[in-house]
Design a protein around this ligand. Structure first.
Ligand code: DAK
Length: 261
């Protein structure tokens, strides 16, 4: 699969890397970028050989500096609607993908770029990362789920502050408020992503898929229903050959050989 605005690679076995490649425009999300990202994530989701996905931006300045403001200013209402539909589909496809998706934020993650990172399962940031929802300065509000996902991650008060002031948050603060899981030196970003993706890829494939699914689906349920859902899904995990192998390997003091069934 080849794209105009996206590089697709496999930096390690079972790990797929998507690099948004418009560094001159700080990787801004033009409609084509959103379309191509959606295709590439859907393609990875349909490939049983992919165990973890990483998304980053080309160049050393930006992850994604937002929706492409120039493209947006020229859109008709219908084109704007299509952009919204594609964007939401992209974020949802990442969340529902059968593997964890890691955003490797190497610089500016503003507006739609921050929302893209938030739609990933977790974020690893370089010390140069900057996050923000500056939409109110353009007369709009976050439109790819930022108000909702940011609130779930950092809480109501901080989400309202960030979405109403447009204030930019640097990596150290992002770590403190729980927006990102790790902050590393810029030249260590890929290595940290690969370390985490590699750890995921070594675990039982069905269990990893189910664990992500439980967290993603459960967070919109009340606790009693979410725990009942967990019990049912636990039963599914218990029925796998990998559960037999994993527990037996522990007892026999050896490394498990998971087969993904
Ligand atoms: N769009 C288009 N081009 C952009 C861009 C963007 N978001 N951000 C930067 N660029 C371009 C600049 O125009 C410049 O292009 P040239 O002039 O060289 O041709 C080039 O990238 C380098 O940028 P700067 O020269 O500005 O670089 P600086 O280091 O001086 O500044 C900056 C970096 C990130 C502080 C600055 O570029 C900046 O403020 N960028 C805009 C950030 C921003 O406001 N982003 C949020 C956009 S609003 C929707 C759903 C979601 C959305 C929209 C619709 N629907 C449901 C329909 C999302 C909206 C947003 O994301």
């Amino acid at each position: 699969m080849t794209f105009e605005t996206l590089l697709v690679s496999a930096p390690a076995p079972e790990v797929r890397l998507l690099t948004i490649n418009r560094p001159k425009a700080l990787n801004a999300l033009a409609p084509a970028v959103v379309r191509e990202l959606l295709q590439a994530v859907a393609d990875a989701a349909g490939d049983a050989g992919v165990r973890a996905l990483m998304i980053t931006g080309a160049g050393d300045k930006a992850f994604v500096a937002g929706a492409d403001i120039a493209a947006m200013s020229a859109m008709s209402a219908l084109e704007g609607r299509e952009f919204a539909v594609q964007g939401h589909a992209l974020m949802r496809t990442i969340e529902m993908a059968p593997f964890p998706a890691i955003a490797l934020v190497n610089g500016y993650a503003l507006g739609g770029g921050c929302e893209l990172a938030l739609a990933c399962d977790f974020i690893v940031a370089s010390e140069k990362a900057v996050f923000g929802q500056p939409e109110v300065g353009l007369g709009i509000v976050p439109g790819f789920g930022g108000t909702q996902r940011l609130t779930r991650l950092v809480g109501k008060a901080m989400a309202i502050e960030l979405c109403t002031t447009g204030r930019q948050v640097k990596a150290d603060e992002a770590l403190r408020i729980g927006l990102v899981n790790h902050v590393v030196a810029p030249d260590q970003l890929m290595a940290k992503g690969l370390e985490l993706a590699g750890a995921i890829a070594q675990k039982a494939p069905v269990a990893v898929k189910l664990a992500k699914h439980l967290v993603q689906r459960g967070q919109d349920m009340d606790l009693a229903n979410a725990n009942a859902f967990e019990a049912d899904v636990f039963g599914v995990a218990f029925a796998t050959d990998d559960r037999v192998e994993g527990t037996r390997a522990f007892v026999e003091k050896r490394k498990p050989e998971f087969r993904g069934r």
